[in-house]
Design a protein around this ligand. Structure first.
Ligand SMILES: Cc1cc2nc3c(=O)[nH]c(=O)nc-3n(C[C@H](O)[C@H](O)[C@H](O)COP(=O)(O)O)c2cc1C
Length: 177
């Protein structure tokens, strides 16, 4: 089966996962900018990776447009974020980003990334500063709020190659079947 991994990454976590997946699955790998010039008609599977931003998946519109064009392909979306893999917010996050009909066609996976303030553009840094101030200013901060504030007060990396296993497993199943 011919597979393409397409990624959109700002600070490198999503790119790293995309490269791990492409390497493990023997897939071609493209940044989204290059992918826009590419015809994916010959591919059986498309794996799209991007990052979580304020509850949304960046550039997800690329998937939604192309899903309509190629509904018969195997579609996988993985999203990286600062939240740990076991966060209860992951499932509602995916539910908010896809309709039920889209979820029937798209396999979704969450891959923990982290935060890298050193590589973050100024606009994103400002957004994070405003977000931190907003949570800090909350009168009744929950334990989860305090834990999150501690986490995002500095750069961290919780990415791990092991998180690609279910994605690669799904691709192998499709190739066998
Ligand atoms: C402005 C901004 C908003 C973010 N919002 C979320 C979010 O809602 N949920 C989450 O888990 N991570 C969030 N993050 C963290 C990023 O998704 C995380 O750093 C991601 O792995 C970055 O991927 P990249 O390195 O490929 O750009 C946010 C980061 C920034 C800069």
């Amino acid at each position: 089966m011919k597979a393409a991994v397409i990624y959109y990454s700002q600070t490198g976590f999503t790119k790293r996962y995309a490269q791990w997946i492409a390497e493990a699955a023997g897939a071609d790998c493209f940044g989204l900018k290059d992918a826009k010039k590419q015809d994916f008609g010959e591919y059986d599977a498309i794996i799209f990776g991007s990052w979580a931003c304020a509850g949304g998946i960046q550039k997800l519109s690329w998937v939604k447009t192309n899903l309509e064009k190629w509904p018969e392909k195997t579609w996988i979306v993985f999203c990286t974020g600062g939240s740990p893999a076991e966060s209860p917010e992951i499932e509602p996050f995916f539910r908010n980003n896809f309709s039920e009909a889209e979820r029937e066609k798209v396999h979704v996976f969450y891959c923990p990334g982290g935060f890298c303030y050193e590589k973050m553009p100024a606009g994103a840094k400002l957004m994070m500063k405003a977000f931190r101030k907003m949570v800090e200013g909350k009168k009744d901060k929950t334990a989860a709020d305090v834990e999150m504030l501690n986490m995002i007060s500095h750069s961290y990396d919780i990415s791990d190659r092991n998180y690609i296993a279910p994605i690669v497993g799904l691709l192998c199943d499709r190739a066998d079947g």
